[in-house]
Write a protein that binds this ligand. Sequence first.
Ligand SMILES: [Zn+2]
Length: 483
Amino acid sequence: MPLIPTIGLEVHVQLKTRSKMFCGCAVEFGAEPNTRVCPVCLGYPGALPVMNRAALEMTALTGLMLGCAVPEVCKFDRKNYFYPDMPKNYQITQYDQPLCVGGGVPLNEFAYPKDAQKSIVNPGKTVRLTRIHLEEDVAKSQHFESSTGIDFNRAGTPLMEIVSEPDIASPEEAFAYLIALQQILIYGGVSDADMEKGQLRCDCNVSVAEPGAPLGVKIEIKNMNSISAVRRAVAYEIERQIAAVQKGERLVQSTRRWDDDSAQTFEMRSKESAHDYRYFPDPDLLPVDTSVFMDEVRTRRPELPHEKRDRFVRDFGVTPYDASVLASEKALADYFDAAAKSARKPKNVANWIINDLLSALTTAEKTIVDCPISAHALDELVNLIDAGTISSSQGKEVFAAMFATGAPAAQIVEERGLKQESDSGAIEALCQQAIANSPKAVAEYKAGKLQAINSVKGQVMKLSQGKANPVVVSQVLEKLLAE
Ligand SMILES: [Zn+2]
């Protein structure tokens, strides 16, 4: 019998609050070590925690975006264990009454790795969630040559843990799950979800079993910090487990780490050393009545990436692929929305953004947020082209000048005398001149070789110094040559 993999992911997300989970210290990435600390987050005996309401609200909002239920009451518990980066010897987290339960992450085809988008096994799949709970992050150890330092700036940062059901069937689905989840978190403004900064961290549970059999032995890969590495690590681990089972080895429940350089996982500890955390309710924190903030949180639910994609296709006639590019980032989606609203042909605005604007931004090392061309200005340019005032090749020139100077399209067209000639009377004179100059091409055309008209058309464009409207030129030439 073939063995099939089962994967579940636990994702830790740092919330984008101004202050920490249980004290007023600032949450700040990259600050001088141990400068954002107080007795509460340093774990001094007797220091009392106070809940951060914004963190509760952001977690509840995440739950709403992911279709979770938010029970009326949640509570905080102590998870007891010893570790140098946690001086209280317990972490405040949520055990049996988390803030959110159920829900799911819809995988869209464009969230899959590019090379896997043509071979999706379960299109339209939603990965179910078990729960989302809220806890505090621990401090960060830094290892030096002969000693270790601990930076408490991170200690107490609000951390949301999103636990999936073991619903994921391949490394590609794990990748798509994380991309789709990351987009939703950024859309909701609950986290920047930057894996490089540790704002989104992922543990992967992987097992293999025969189809229909109970799940195999669960092996966890800890602390993954890039989405493409998750794909590689899970693929490696599936292959390793299948090979081990086929050789007759017995797998044991254990924790492993991924080494990206050697492209292998290594065992860190087996189940024998697993902790007993002795959870109990934190006596310093009362249970939370979520109805206090849920009405307000409901008003903050944004339009989600897949909802935007559908709307762009439906209302603006863009292709599903283009819609997915435009909706991949909230700022980009907002830009397109603003530009498309007053466009004659929103689809053309989408083309300019995807084909020209995004590559210009990449070359200039800018993002859509500091784009020198406003949505309104791009819309004006595209409308000038769509109205036939300038040709699309003139449009490229105007676009480059707009990007460099920030000046509006109409001003650049005026300054450079770029207006396209669409007056058929003026064009007819040029056409007659070109016909007189090209007896051979004209004879060929009249003998039925239709593409011979292109060289005549080229002459007209040359005579007009590129300003003639090519559509009008074709119409006039065809009319004259038919006489
Ligand atoms: Zn503090």
